[in-house]
Design a protein around this ligand. Structure first.
Ligand SMILES: Cc1cc2nc3c(=O)[nH]c(=O)nc-3n(C[C@H](O)[C@H](O)[C@H](O)COP(=O)(O)OP(=O)(O)OC[C@H]3O[C@@H](n4cnc5c(N)ncnc54)[C@H](O)[C@@H]3O)c2cc1C
Length: 383
């Protein structure tokens, strides 16, 4: 529990080398020019990172969740946008591999799933709508059967990766039965008539990730485009959130560690009033708090991942892990900027980018308030 295996450490070293040598050098430039680098995504495919959680018979390696978390940590340390795109890329490949019918696998395995695993293509997940964020059950994007097609009308917002030129399509969560409030996952390929992708949304951070609004206007796709058992789309979405919460938390744990390393090194060499600022108790307090909270975050993350890997209930721990780590990492970036002083506020200092980027983490994949609600529910407090 307190040590990773040799194999896990080896995977972490590979990810660290990739992050340091290939991801970190261009991260500031990508942020400044608001550019997602598809070549880096391809490299993540070549290194086998994208297929780590995928079944072997679909081209994956079925590596354990902790190993994948370690990869996300290392990439998250230097580029949160890229780290998030790594797990978001599985939005289509994973359900097709695990739930797809033989016909769906024949249709998509070679044309989309394999290219995704190689890092040559990606897909996105369309859940959120202007009037349905935390409250997913209010999703109004409607899919109606018409002969052998689904006809989709509605709008999605804040969708990551939809506008990338390698994005093959969106898995849209659609209301398919308003009476019983049933929802389904329907895949809409990029370029389908009636499916329009809005311009890039302007954001506070995560500049090198692509975020869009999506519009469906009498958009028609064949019936085969529905993934998974009929009417179970929302339930699957909610279950999927719990694993995603461990993954997003891992990226933020990495970022917090990077902030601690950078701020510690700076505090030891920056002199004020004749001494390195690391000698001052108020500065030490910020660094020791960061160190302790990172340790605590790692414990809860590993516990949540362990429960998942051993098929035990893990929703409570996954929610705690997402809540604690994202809030802790937000504080860590704040403390790092503080320790760097004016330098930390300047664009050329990486912690200034980390401070902006981390802000989305307590919102996406379920806000902090929703995690607290889940923990309260799992504690049986809604008597
Ligand atoms: C950078 C970024 C990328 C994203 N990428 C995607 C994506 O790829 N696909 C996708 O589908 N979505 C994506 N999202 C959307 C994200 O999942 C939603 O923003 C999130 O679920 C919150 O929904 P909302 O923004 O509508 O906020 P709301 O749900 O309107 O919440 C507003 C506030 O009310 C609080 N609140 C709501 N309900 C409760 C409650 N019951 N109890 C207490 N407080 C409550 C929230 O915590 C929050 O503070 C992305 C968001 C961001 C910022």
């Amino acid at each position: 529990m307190f040590e990773y295996t040799e194999e896990q450490e080896a995977i972490r070293r590979t990810a660290r080398e990739f992050a340091r040598k290939e991801v970190a050098p261009g991260a500031a430039e990508r942020d400044a020019t608001r550019r997602y680098d598809t070549q880096l995504f391809k490299r993540m495919g070549e290194l086998g990172f994208i297929g780590m959680l995928m079944p072997k018979d679909c081209g994956g390696t079925e590596t354990d969740l902790i190993s994948f978390c370690l990869v996300l940590e290392e990439i998250g340390r230097v580029d949160l946008s890229l780290a998030w795109s790594l797990f978001a890329s599985l939005s289509f490949a994973q359900p097709v591999a695990t739930l797809g019918s033989p016909e769906q696998k024949a249709l998509w395995m070679d044309s989309i799933v394999q290219p995704v695993l190689r890092g040559e293509a990606t897909t996105c997940m369309g859940i959120t709508e202007p009037d349905a964020g935390s409250d997913n059950a209010r999703i109004r994007t409607r899919a109606v059967r018409d002969g052998d097609e689904w006809v989709i009308n509605g709008q999605k917002t804040f969708i990551t990766g939809a506008g990338l030129d390698i994005c093959r399509g969106v898995v849209a969560v659609c209301l398919t039965d308003p009476e019983t409030r049933r929802f389904d996952h329907i895949f809409v390929p990029t370029g389908t008539p009636g499916y329009r992708i809005g311009p890039p949304m302007k954001k506070m951070g995560l500049h090198s990730s692509d975020t869009r609004e999506l519009f469906f206007d009498d958009c028609r796709v064949p019936l085969i485009s529905r993934i998974g058992a009929e009417g179970e789309g929302l339930i699957r979405t909610l279950r999927g959130f719990f694993t995603a919460r461990i993954l997003i938390a891992s990226t933020c744990l990495g970022l917090a560690e990077e902030c601690l390393d950078l701020a510690t090194a700076y505090a030891k060499q920056r002199v004020a009033f004749g001494k390195p600022i690391a000698r001052y108790q108020y500065v030490q307090g910020m660094l020791t708090d960061m160190a302790m909270n990172i340790e605590l975050g790692r414990l809860i993350r590993d516990k949540a991942a362990h429960l998942y890997m051993t098929d035990k209930p893990f929703f409570r721990e996954a929610a705690m892990c997402k809540w604690f780590i994202t809030e802790m990492a937000k504080q860590a970036t704040d403390s790092a900027v503080q320790i760097f002083g004016g330098t930390g506020f300047m664009d050329e200092c990486p912690v200034s980018r980390y401070y902006r980027d981390i802000r989305a983490s307590t919102i996406g994949e379920g806000t902090t308030q929703i995690q607290r609600y889940v923990v309260a529910r799992e504690m049986g407090l809604f008597v």
